[in-house]
Structure formats: structure tokens, C-alpha cells
Design a protein around this ligand. Structure first.
Ligand code: FAQ
Length: 321
């Protein structure tokens, strides 16, 4: 018992000295559990997040737009893979994580339970959703777990391209015909509040934050990041002549930040409980893809088994070749 305490104290001092925790280091069970939860949920978000955008690949308005969107959606798959790999270093298998997603036990970001109704939504998702993801993930580049923080560095670089891809679509529509501008405004109206909710519940209602901040998994609180995001995004909306759908949004000279209206937390908790507009559709799409990919996993496993059998018996390998 005493020894456990001293290990925990040493671990705490280690992270407070800004060292990175690596897979083979001793770590408290709670630290490991929190990371598996957060990193796997993050991975699931990247993968489920491909669905609302994939919806528009075949209907992109030009070949250029199609190529860029395709590349972006592929990037999200790559992010999922880095993140599943980072979570696996903590001793949980990818199969287990995916089972937890498909059974509804593990969460993924609330934002991907909203529909993408028009092409302008590709702009709003890139600009707002990737913009919010960057705000959160720049902070996670400094997270205390080494494999997670290194994955984040690369992911952030790609997310900045995604954010610009979305902003470019919004800028083009906002400068276009009155109908196009209205389409951009409508997308902003629908995606604004869900993107503000992506940062999670307010600090006074965020059960995991205190311990995660202590362990340096999170470096900024949900509300701090939300405020940074709002402050940055309002200027971007003004620049392209669109209005943020919040009548209470107002610059506050004293605090140096924007004040903003009440967030609809009932909607947020409904969405994360599985009752958002697209939850069942998203999970059904993942389940279908998982079932249809079974033969690929089986073939890859059989191939890996054959390779390792050959390696352990080189004479057979020559014979077989
Ligand atoms: N959605 O105590 P906290 C992307 C849950 S970016 C669903 O504050 P924590 C890029 C939370 O899990 C999106 N659930 O929790 C992209 C917890 O439930 P649990 C993904 C949420 O962990 C763009 C409960 O509420 N990014 O994919 C949400 O300290 C375009 C209490 O909350 C990340 O995952 C939510 N929004 O802080 C891809 C970033 N918020 O698990 C494709 C990494 C909270 O106890 C296309 N994650 N919950 O049952 C984090 O930074 C943190 O996990 C937070 C939540 C900040 C999300």
C-alpha cells in the first residue's frame, strides 16, 4: 500500500516535471483507463466523422473540390489509425475498442450525430468542426502520454489544411449569389452551437477534468478552450460577412473575450446519450462496414500467421517459395 503511494507520488512528480510517460513506464490504473477512454473515443470520432463528409464526395461541385474532400476524408481515417495505435500501447486491443463503439459503450464526438444537408455543410464542417478540433488538439500536443502527444502533432498539421478547406468553401459561397450566401449562412446557423458543444460540458459539470488536468492529460479546461475557439471564430465569420447565430454574442472590453449565449445542455446530453438526429444511422453504418470488412481482417490475419510461420521455419520458406 505504502509502496503504491510512493509510486503514485513519483509518477505525479514525473508528469509535473513535464516528462512524457511512455508505454513501458509504471502508471496508475486510473491514468491508463482515462487515456484508453479518451484516446479510443477520439479514434472513434475520427472514423465516425468520415461519414457526414463522405456523404458529399460524389456530389462535390467540381473535380478540384472532390479531390480535396476525398483527401480530407482519407486523412480522418489515418487519424483514426494513429489514435487506435496509440491506445493499443496501453494494453487494450483494437478489437475490444471497436466492440465498445459498436455496442454503444464507448462514445464518439457529439458533433458527428448531425446531418450534412447541403454542400455548404462541407464548408461549415471543415471551418467549424475542424477548427474546434484544432483548438482542442493543439493543447493535446502537450499531453503527458508520449504516443498520444506525438500522434497529435501530425494530426494538427493535417487538421489545419482541413480547416482552410472548409473556410475556402464558406468564403466562396459567401461571395457568390444571394442564394449561395444564404446557403452558407444556413450551414453556419445549424453547425455553430453543436461545434461550441464539442468541447464538452462546462467545467463545473465535467467529472473527468480535475484528475485529467492533474495528470497533465488535459492542459486546458473545456470552458477555456471553448472561449478561445469562440474568440477566434467570430472574427473569421465577420471577415466573410456571415453572422454567428447568437444574439447575446458581445465583445467584453473588461475580460478581453466574447460573452456568449446559453448553451443548450439538454440537447448535448441527449446527443451523447444516443438520441441525436443521426446516432442510430451512424452506428448502423459503422456496423455494416465492420461486417463487410470481416473477410479483409481474416485474410490479413491468415497472411500474418503464414509469414510468421515461415520466419520461424526458414527451410520451409525456401521450399514454399
Ligand atoms: N461528445 O468529464 P468530461 C475530430 C463526454 S475532433 C461526446 O469533460 P473529458 C476531428 C465525455 O467523454 C472530435 N461525448 O470528459 C474531425 C465524458 O463521458 P465518459 C474528437 C462527450 O474526457 C473533424 C462526459 O461527456 N476529439 O474528430 C463530449 O475530460 C472532422 C463528461 O465529460 C476528441 O475526442 C462530446 N463532444 O473531456 C474528424 C478530443 N464531450 O467518457 C472528422 C479528445 C464530453 O466519462 C471530421 N478528447 N463528452 O463516458 C478530449 O479532449 C476530451 O475527451 C473532451 C471531453 C474534451 C472531449
Amino acid at each position: 500500500m505504502g509502496e503504491t503511494h510512493s509510486l503514485e507520488d513519483r509518477f505525479q512528480a514525473f508528469v509535473e516535471a513535464e516528462n512524457k510517460v511512455e508505454p513501458k513506464h509504471w502508471m496508475p490504473d486510473g491514468y491508463r483507463k482515462t487515456l484508453v477512454r479518451q484516446i479510443s473515443q477520439h479514434a472513434h470520432s475520427e472514423v465516425v466523422g468520415m461519414l457526414p463528409e463522405a456523404n458529399w464526395i460524389t456530389r462535390a461541385p467540381s473535380l478540384r473540390a472532390k479531390l480535396i474532400l476525398l483527401a480530407k476524408v482519407q486523412d480522418e481515417a489515418g487519424h483514426g489509425l494513429y489514435l487506435y495505435s496509440a491506445a493499443e500501447t496501453l494494453g487494450t486491443s483494437r478489437d475490444q475498442m471497436i466492440d465498445d463503439l459498436l455496442s454503444g459503450k464507448a462514445k464518439y464526438s457529439s458533433i458527428f450525430n448531425y446531418p450534412t444537408l447541403t454542400w455548404a455543410d462541407m464548408g461549415a464542417v471543415g471551418w467549424l468542426v475542424d477548427g474546434a478540433a484544432i483548438a482542442n488538439q493543439v493543447m493535446l500536443c502537450r499531453t503527458s502520454y508520449g504516443p498520444y502527444s506525438r500522434a497529435m502533432v501530425r494530426i494538427c498539421k493535417e487538421e489545419s489544411f482541413h480547416q482552410r478547406q472548409g473556410y475556402e468553401i464558406m468564403m466562396t459561397l459567401a461571395k457568390g449569389s444571394p442564394e449561395q450566401k444564404a446557403m452558407a449562412q444556413d450551414a453556419l446557423n445549424r453547425w455553430w452551437w453543436p461545434s461550441v458543444m464539442m468541447f464538452g460540458p462546462s467545467d463545473d459539470n465535467s467529472p473527468n477534468s480535475t484528475q485529467s488536468m492533474k495528470w497533465r492529460i488535459k492542459r486546458k479546461s473545456n470552458d477555456e478552450l471553448r472561449q478561445e475557439y469562440i474568440d477566434k471564430t467570430v472574427a473569421q465569420a465577420e471577415f466573410i460577412g456571415l453572422s454567428i447565430p447568437d444574439p447575446e454574442l458581445k465583445w467584453n472590453e473588461e475580460t478581453g473575450h466574447y460573452d456568449f449565449g446559453e448553451i443548450d445542455w439538454t440537447e448535448f446530453f441527449q446527443v451523447i446519450a444516443g438520441n441525436g438526429p443521426c446516432n442510430s444511422e451512424r452506428l448502423a453504418a459503422r456496423q455494416k462496414a465492420h461486417n463487410e470488412g470481416a473477410w479483409v481482417r481474416d485474410a490479413a490475419t491468415a497472411y500474418a500467421a503464414k509469414q510468421s510461420a515461415r520466419q520461424s521455419n526458414p527451410s520451409k520458406q525456401t521450399h514454399a517459395a
